[in-house]
Design a protein around this ligand. Structure first.
Ligand code: FES
Length: 194
């Protein structure tokens, strides 16, 4: 069974930005270096617990908004502005996870998975959409049928909150408006039955 959880469309985490999300009940920050490399970390600063998704990207480092600690791509703290010449202990490190992009979607795995997420490499991003319904209800609605060319990756973020990350097969890219209407109708039907 794949451990990869979809968390966002790739275009929604552009270079130099952060995104807070939930993966298997854990708070995760997904962030992209200014050079484009993507990371998924625990969304908690090892100093005083500030959410790193509220932080800032500078080059290939993520900074914490509270006291400005800067973490390198491996999650290790490299700068403490209040002690610029001080020794940085090994505990000043953020927990890191696995992150990959496939089919215009960002996936996160909390465990190593050599297979990587499976997706159509030519897919076009459509939209992400939050549904206030349990994931089982949403999956049932999807199983009832989707229009040709519409692919939805399902992310459970809470007991009654599910996010769809929708993409289109390239040959259906001209049907984005119709597909968006379908998704909004799916949301209305699903939430009404939740
Ligand atoms: S809480 Fe992050 S640097 Fe202090």
């Amino acid at each position: 069974m794949s451990m990869w959880v979809p968390v966002a469309l790739s275009r929604d985490v552009p270079a130099g930005t952060t995104l807070g999300t939930i993966v298997q009940d854990r708070e995760i920050v997904v962030w992209r270096e200014e050079g484009g490399a993507l990371h998924a970390w625990e969304d908690r600063c090892p100093h005083r617990g500030m959410r790193l998704s509220r932080g800032f990207v500078r080059g290939d480092r993520l900074g914490c908004l509270y006291h400005g600690w800067r973490f390198d791509a491996g999650g290790a703290c490299r700068l403490m502005p209040a002690h610029p010449d001080g020794r940085i202990g090994a505990s000043a490190r953020v927990g890191t996870f696995f992150c990959a992009e496939a089919g215009a979607v960002i996936f996160v795995s909390l465990e190593k998975d050599d297979c990587g997420p499976q997706a159509d490499a030519t897919a076009w991003p459509l939209r992400s959409m939050t549904l206030l319904a349990p994931v089982a209800t949403v999956r049932s609605a999807i199983a009832a049928g989707l229009p040709d060319g519409l692919v939805v990756a399902v992310q459970q973020v809470g007991a009654c909150e599910t996010v769809l990350h929708a993409t289109l097969a390239a040959e259906h890219a001209g049907l984005a408006a119709e597909m968006d209407f379908f998704l909004r109708d799916l949301r209305a039907r699903t939430e009404a039955g939740a």
